[in-house]
Design a protein around this ligand. Structure first.
Ligand SMILES: Nc1ncnc2c1ncn2[C@@H]1O[C@H](COP(=O)(O)OP(=O)(O)OP(=O)(O)O)[C@@H](O)[C@H]1O
Ligand SMILES: [Mg+2]
Length: 493
């Protein structure tokens, strides 16, 4: 790709990008949130038309007027926002968009067998091809999307943050698949904000900044500090902010007692004091997210109670949880959290509209100020609160969800994967913000698939395996390997 330019109203998303990818290599694309990575690969996928620039494919200049054109050349893309159809089965989604003449003639059972084979190759023989996709977790959907790309026999597979919804074990399997493909001569474009992944899986790295290529085809083992400097234009020592000890005698704010939900988790006891950050570690599917959702009332518990500041919260009702001061930033921001066509401002103030009214009339100025403050605090890019959320990059959408709860003033904050898809620079800022909230006396519970994050950010760590708490202890007494051993033990079955 040479000199690719793409503008949207008010933004020049791509401002002359060059990218060269060779057969058999894993080429990583790096850049801060909003740098233009997803836009670039949408151009390559035929989903966006560039305003200028040329694309050459195996030596010949090509035009990609629509996604079908890319697919026919052998370019398969796994987009950041997965484009699956919830009402169809796993197998139907995998074969979706294949030349219909070919697939219409193939019996359903054959489609299911082919799908099962692909899922097996991805290390998930247990996933049924006949399950409806809408019922899968984020990680499950990601796998379906990957199986679909594999089913095309593509020469180039583009993966836009495939690991963001996967846990460690699944990332390992993904890497095996990626390596296997590259060894057979398939070219891979891999986008991720996790720099350690890039060093492990990547052969070369291209760094984008503000819609331009600032480094192309660097070796993947270029020192991290150098890569960060290229991405951000500054150097960041992205360590976690220091822990401030929870004051002696701090009151318990959140008390969860023998909480359980049939088939999901049981006997969960959890107390979080004012000013404390508690991290839940565990594999995807271990029950971490379900526990948070139940505390928030989005799921009804079969046993147990939730108390906030000593008062029992009515179970199974998010409204009751919110009234009690519980804030929840969910894992799947798109389906659960954002109103995509609404403005950034509306999405930030959504949970708190009452605060922004005076004598019953909406106080637009106050609403705007609150939203603008958060946008600045989280380094939202662009810092324009009037844009529809749909037009923000993935990482910036995540910041909007966080901003909503940060601005609301809750007593308990439940954060499920708070930095998913967020670049290294903004990550460091989010950690500081979460620490500051705790310092103001808020009780925080964090779930993350990144064990370093759980340990680095929390005061106390709880490990969940197979729906049960298997460990609880101060974060400084535990390291990544111990947590891994504990979660893997539960996983051998
Ligand atoms: N459909 C659109 N309409 C308007 N602006 C858009 C649209 N899509 C992307 N943009 C803007 O283009 C810029 C680049 O966005 P892009 O999604 O490519 O970033 P990214 O590098 O993938 O970021 P992230 O790491 O957060 O996913 C951003 O400023 C974004 O707000
Ligand atoms: Mg993106």
């Amino acid at each position: 790709m040479r000199g690719i330019v793409k503008g949207f109203p008010g933004v020049r998303a791509l401002d002359g990008i060059d990218l060269d990818v060779s057969a058999g290599e894993v080429h990583c694309l790096l850049g801060q949130n909003g740098a233009g990575k997803s836009t670039l690969i949408k151009v390559l996928a035929g989903a966006h038309q560039p305003d200028a620039g040329r694309i050459r494919w195996r030596g010949e200049e090509v035009r990609l007027p629509d996604p079908g054109a890319s697919l026919r050349l052998g370019i398969a893309t796994i987009h950041q926002e997965l484009d699956l159809v919830d009402g169809l089965t796993v197998a139907e989604n995998i074969h979706l968009g294949h030349e219909t003449t070919r697939w219409a003639m193939i019996a359903r059972s054959e489609a299911n067998t082919a799908a099962a084979r692909l899922l097996h190759r991805l290390g998930h023989p247990e996933m049924s091809p006949t399950t409806e996709v809408g019922r899968l977790s984020a990680a499950g959907k990601q796998l379906v999307s990957m199986a679909r790309a594999l089913s095309r026999d593509a020469r180039l597979i583009v993966m836009d943050e495939p690991s963001a919804v996967l846990d460690r074990g699944e990332v390992e399997r993904l890497f095996e698949v990626v390596r296997g493909l590259a060894d057979r001569g398939v070219a891979i474009v891999y986008i991720s904000h996790r720099l350690e992944e890039i060093r492990r899986i990547g052969d070369r790295v291209t760094v984008l900044k503000d819609g331009r290529t600032v480094a192309s085809g660097l070796p993947a083992n270029t020192p991290t500090t150098e890569v960060i400097r290229l991405m951000t234009g500054r150097s960041i020592d992205y360590v976690f902010p220091p822990r401030t000890p929870v004051p002696e005698g701090a009151e318990p704010v959140l008390e969860v007692e023998s909480l359980g939900r049939r088939g999901e988790f049981r006997d969960i006891d959890l107390t979080v004091r004012a000013g404390e950050i508690v991290g839940l570690a565990g594999l995807v599917g271990s029950g971490r997210s379900e526990i948070l959702e139940t505390v928030y009332g989005a799921r009804r518990p079969s046993t147990g109670t939730v108390r906030v500041a000593g008062t029992t919260v009515r179970p199974g009702r998010p409204a009751a949880a919110m009234a009690a001061g519980i804030g929840f930033c969910p894992e799947e921001r798109k389906s659960q959290a954002l109103v995509l066509d609404d403005s950034v401002q509306r999405n930030i103030t959504l949970a708190d509209l009452r605060r922004f009214s005076r004598w019953g009339f909406p106080d637009r100025a106050a609403e705007r100020r609150a939203a603008a403050d958060q946008a600045t605090g989280l380094d939202l890019r662009p810092p324009d609160v009037d844009r529809p959320v749909r037009t923000l990059s993935g990482g910036n959408q995540q910041k909007v969800v966080l901003a909503r709860w940060l601005s609301r003033g809750c007593r308990v904050l439940l954060l499920d994967e708070p930095t998913r898809g967020v670049d290294v620079g903004a990550r460091a800022e989010i950690y500081v913000l979460i620490r500051d909230l705790a310092a103001r006396g808020i009780a925080v519970v964090v779930v993350s698939s990144e064990i370093e994050e759980v340990i680095g950010l929390s005061d106390r760590v709880l490990v969940v395996s197979d729906g049960e708490l298997v460990f609880e202890g101060p974060a400084e007494d535990i390291d990544e390997h111990r947590v891994l051993d504990m979660v893997m033990e539960g996983d051998v079955a």
